[in-house]
Write a protein that binds this ligand. Sequence first.
Ligand SMILES: C[S@@+](CC[C@H](N)C(=O)[O-])C[C@H]1O[C@@H](n2cnc3c(N)ncnc32)[C@H](O)[C@@H]1O
Length: 336
Amino acid sequence: MTWRKFFLLSVQLLSLRTCIAGAAIHDPKTRIAEMLMRVSTKLETIYMLQEEVMAELDEIRSLRESSEDNDNIHRTNDEVGCVGSVYSLDRASSFVSANETVAMNNGHVVRLDDILYGYDYVFEQKHLFSAGSWLGVQSQQDPWDLVAIQQILWDVKPKVIYDIGTNVGGSAILFAHIMSQYAKPGEALIVSVDPKDYTINWDAQAQRLCPRCTPVADNPLWGQYVRFVKARAVERPALAALQEAIATFGGPVLISVDGWHRYAEVLKQCQVLNQYVTIGSYIIVQDTKLDRFLRKAGPRRAVYDFLKNNADFEIDKSREAFLYSQHSDGYLRRIR
Ligand SMILES: C[S@@+](CC[C@H](N)C(=O)[O-])C[C@H]1O[C@@H](n2cnc3c(N)ncnc32)[C@H](O)[C@@H]1O
């Protein structure tokens, strides 16, 4: 598609050149005026094509970044050899009671976090995040945290949710479902943002893992409660939509950070967006567990660095309801 558009763009440019050359040879005023009209129409077409090409290149970049991230997780884990082998225990845990041990009936004594590390690993390695759905829409939420998030939404009842990382609409539809239980359509809104179109799943294995999943647009909640913006979370069109939603619906405002889980991106999102979160509500930084898989600073480190310079938020451990959480230390409550 992109190459076809490049081709069209080149044809337009060639024809534009011919137009201008033609104008220079025949000088009667009417002919020049006609040709200038044609030039301006063509320029408009070129501009539109350029916009489309840029959007598609953005989408390609987004998909490529996702597969690179995934490859990294697998590569680093293969290096660590964490299945049946040794991995670093000093990395921050996903589990509140990480160092508690349990004696198995085969005589082994294992830390609870060892077991959960294994679960986290399998969840990533086998793409289990793509196996779940909510109301038929493939949702990449961890089932345990999904319940914790549901509890938060019910307690806070946000009028505006900023859903960073739409993918195919899974988080948006489950947020919308909960929202529909406390607000009528037109009383609250989810602004869901992603530089990639929501009809394309970044995970090539999603179709296999969720064969019964259906497009999010088939669900009426999507039209009633969600405004999708094709942009990155801190880009102008996305921020404008968030600000408009807040101006229309007021608070509480809650933010879910679930784009690419890179340190710099997550930190920036927290720094730019925290101002919109209302007191008592949350920034939910997802997948803090990834730092130890990626073996480098990721969302967890971003949370700690964000909190160093922001005393308005604190980590709410009470939201890690089942002790285990893929977003441990990522439930950030605004306290002032
Ligand atoms: C882990 S998936 C999101 C899953 C989704 N929230 C769900 O629960 O089903 C990550 C998505 O974030 C998008 N993304 C990456 N960087 C982003 C950014 N800066 N702003 C918004 N979305 C971003 C990717 O294109 C991808 O679709």
